[in-house]
Design a protein around this ligand. Structure first.
Ligand code: PAF
Length: 275
């Protein structure tokens, strides 16, 4: 991949990169479409990164189907699929990790220790191999976006991070590779997460600025589904990801992580875009 990418750069081609863990859905395809429109060459990586799974069961359960993923990407005129083996990314003796302090610690970081160390490390390795001009990430993983932007700036990667809005099922459920692990009945019920977040956004638009009240709105809606176990609901500053008590003028979003059985889902809604 590194030598192909070097050759492309010598030919002055612009490279757009979409990192994925496969099990592709419309959310990934939205990233691929944006990448296709923005550059000469589109590279998609498919690598289920063991370093970002703190739960071995979650890693084992993670859906994998390289053949159908590759067929799907062919329809979107992707130039290269990079699907490395574990040993290519983490060769014997591997011992260098990237940890982004601060923004990695709350929300998902608190519930999934080591997760963002794994994400930042693999994205740094992929960026080094590919050296993309642009890299595309989904807004659904808002904290991941913040971590990657911080890492890119701090380590001087010459890659611009492009964030693409969350794609949703008709019910409002955010698309995620994990959705396919939900039985159909639970999948329908999981839409309650977005319903709650949307209700909080409506309350915000009507003037509610108290974070605890906004959280309560989401909590109450999710409580309609006895199967749903809330991991967290939090109103956070968009840059620091620190919880806020009142929503001010800066970028702020409300985020939730909820379990349905063994499947853990996350979603977020921007309350205030900031200046
Ligand atoms: O968002 C994902 O699918 C993964 O976290 C990423 C960015 C591909 C890194 O493994």
């Amino acid at each position: 991949m590194a030598s192909i990418s070097r050759k492309l750069r010598r030919e002055n081609k612009t490279i757009a990169f979409v990192p994925t863990m496969g099990a592709l859905h419309e959310g990934h395809l939205a990233l691929v479409k944006e990448a296709r429109a923005a550059s000469d060459i589109v590279i998609v990586s498919i690598f289920v990164n063991p370093e970002q799974f703190n739960d071995k069961g979650d890693l084992d359960r993670y859906p994998r189907d390289l053949t159908s993923d590759a067929a799907l990407l062919a329809e979107f005129e992707v130039d290269y699929i990079f699907a490395p083996e574990n040993s290519e990314i983490y060769p014997e003796g591997f011992s260098t990790y990237v940890y982004v302090e601060g923004v990695s610690e709350g929300l998902e970081g608190a519930s999934r220790p080591g997760h963002f160390r794994g994400v930042a490390t693999v994205v740094a390795i992929l960026f080094n191999a590919i050296r993309p001009d642009l890299a595309f990430f989904g807004q659904k993983d808002a904290q991941q976006v913040t971590v990657i932007k911080r890492m890119t700036a701090d380590l001087g990667f010459e890659t611009e991070i492009i964030v693409v809005p969350t794609v949703r099922e008709e019910s409002g459920l955010a698309l995620s590779s994990r959705n396919q692990l939900l039985p159909p009945e639970e999948r329908a019920k999981a839409a309650v997460i977005f319903t709650g977040l949307r209700e909080a956004k409506v309350a915000f638009k009507q003037g509610e600025r108290n974070a605890a009240k906004l959280i309560e709105i989401v909590q109450r809606r999710i409580a309609d589904e006895p199967m749903a176990i809330v991991d967290y609901i939090s109103v956070v500053d968009g840059k620091s990801l620190e919880p806020v008590e009142r929503v001010g003028e800066t970028e702020t979003f409300i985020a939730a992580a909820v379990r349905f059985g063994t499947v853990r889902l996350i979603d977020n809604v921007l309350l205030n875009r900031g200046q």
